[in-house]
Design a protein. Sequence first.
Length: 281
Amino acid sequence: MKKILIPVCALLFIYVFTSCNQSAENKTENKNDSTTVFHLGSAAQITIATNDIEKSKAFYELLGFKQVQEIPSGIQMSDESVLIMLQKSDKKFIRISYFDSNADKIADEVEKQGNHFVVRNENTGFFTRSIFTTPDNIEVSLVKMDPSNIYKPKGKSGMSMSDAERKDVKNYPNPMCGTFGECSIPVTNFDSSYAYWKKFGFTGTKYTEPYPWSVMSDGLFSIGLHQQTQFTYPAITFFAPDMQQKIDKLKSLGLSVTEFMGPANVVAVAPEGTHVFLFTM
């Protein structure tokens, strides 16, 4: 197994001590901010394109996901900390998808802010959606659908856990890889990206070491903004205090991983090309 020695200590170790305090700190940070803020929807998922749904499904099942719904174009899966959608497509993308009964009106507001839509009010036969691209080339889909029809994970993600809850492995909803921490996004201008997501209701504390970064949440979904040169792709990131044991078990079941700073922090690549970080808290 190849080792990649890169300084991602902010991702691996600081997260547990800082994310739980973001809410209080952000109240101070945003106190005098008059920026108009609106949210992108009322439910969220990660949509992943794959040209072989069964092969991708098997990969995520190994990571502790189970199918919760099937539609003609794909399947929804959850590990009870995050919801993903495997969508049948010959294209390659990982997309943040939001659902709301007023998604068309939300899209109007997003467009007013100068965002570029690659799809606008497209009728798929099941729902209407609009898709825009962020300055860091992340696709965001706004789907017009009653959010009450979207599966809601029953467990807690990393951002919703308290300090005490994080210390007990029993509180982690996914027995195979802990809990969802963030969708890690590489950015070229941290301050600009931070301000961009803030307009959509995301909040998070800024850090400068070992590089500019922040974990931000809008209450439905969490993203990590990282201005660095060690990875250039978005990744789905999971955390657990006993990740070493979980990684050992996954490897024994056939998961191929590459080390990040030692055996307790690794990256796995799904059949469709999605990167998954498994990090120790």
